[in-house]
Write a protein that binds this ligand. Structure first.
Ligand SMILES: Nc1ncnc2c1ncn2[C@@H]1O[C@H](COP(=O)(O)OP(=O)(O)OP(=O)(O)O)[C@@H](O)[C@H]1O
Ligand SMILES: [Mg+2]
Length: 305
């Protein structure tokens, strides 16, 4: 449904995305993740026809975004990172406004707006000014506005950033409903629990796609073991083994140490180091890898090459 082939986008001296290639099959939810400035927004912009790539080709539903942008726009709903709702219009006025912009037919408009309000659980807030909505409600209203012309493809740029966990879950319930209707979705997110819910995930770093696969495959193909341990001196424990052989990364979470090591047998040598330094560390055990571990490792490896 969506295909990028060798796409590069340059802004003067900055190459925002470099030789990017991936495809999203119809009905998939594709998650794009990566640190600040990795090129996620630029990727969505060139896909949405908001800007043309410097090189390469983007197609949506087999239509070329540069040759036939208007046809592509019909297929696409794009929710930018900073979606501009009109703060001084009410919820329902905002939807009417976007219906005008997207040229949605007048005859079915009232019905469509009522349905979208219900879908976004905003019916009882329809006369509230957009600026008085909570952050989560604003995101849902933006999503409703994006759905006004019944797009077959949704491009969502960090739709849940800064939203509380409960609202995030509600937002994903809505996305699941849209997904089940067969809409193809690309979503960017800083939250890896959300990435786990995608059909496929692409990890971007410095304008390149570093990895792209099903979340489970990325997690299980880690090629490392995750150890956890407990220590009241977690920071000292971390510094003591950071440079030890076989240790890939160490992080602390309160009194819990999380270590990525090349193999589980390293645990004994680590214990010896802690003991020699007079640091008490207990309960060393192998735990299940998370997507986050896989990404930290991929970025570390990528930095070294
Ligand atoms: N219009 C522009 N002009 C110049 N540079 C730009 C422009 N848009 C993006 N860039 C640069 O391109 C790079 C990629 O930016 P982009 O916004 O795509 O990253 P991102 O992954 O969406 O980051 P974030 O997570 O912070 O939203 C950055 O270095 C950014 O400064
Ligand atoms: Mg962005």
């Amino acid at each position: 449904m969506i295909s990028l082939q060798g796409v590069t986008k340059r802004f003067a001296a900055i190459t925002a995305i470099r030789d990017l290639s991936f495809t999203v099959q119809a009905g998939q939810v594709f998650g794009l993740i990566g640190p600040d400035g990795a090129g996620k927004t630029t990727t969505l912009r060139v896909t949405s026809t908001a800007m043309n790539p410097t090189a390469g080709r983007v197609t949506v539903g087999d239509i070329d975004t540069v040759r036939a942008p208007e046809a592509v726009k019909q297929l696409i709903g794009y929710m930018p990172q900073r979606f501009a709702l009109y703060p001084d219009l009410t919820v329902v006025e905002n939807l009417n406004f976007f219906a005008d912009i997207f040229g949605s037919p007048r005859a079915q408009r009232a019905e469509l707006i009522a349905r979208l309000l219900g879908f976004a659980r905003l019916t009882e807030f329809q006369t509230r000014l957009a600026r008085n909505l909570s952050g989560g409600m604003q995101k849902k209203l933006a999503l409703a506005a994006t759905l006004m012309h019944r797009p077959r493809v949704l491009l969502l740029d960090e739709p849940t950033t800064g939203v509380d966990p409960v609202s995030r879950r509600e937002f994903w319930d809505l996305l699941t409903e849209i997904h089940l209707q067969g809409v193809t979705i690309i979503i960017t997110t800083p939250y890896l629990d959300e990435a786990e819910r995608c059909t496929r995930v692409g990890l971007m770093y410095r304008g390149e796609l570093v990895a792209c696969d099903e979340p489970r495959t990325l997690r299980d193909g880690l090629g490392a073991t995750v150890l956890e341990a407990q220590s009241a001196q977690a920071l000292q424990a971390r510094h003591a083994v950071e440079k030890s052989e076989g240790v890939l990364t160490v992080s602390t979470h309160g009194d819990v140490l999380r270590l990525l090591v090349d193999r589980a047998e390293r645990a004994a040598a680590l214990q010896a180091v802690w003991q020699a330094n007079g640091i008490t560390v207990g309960n060393v055990r192998v735990v299940r890898a998370r997507l986050e571990d896989a990404f930290v490792l991929m970025l570390t490896r990528h930095d070294k090459t």
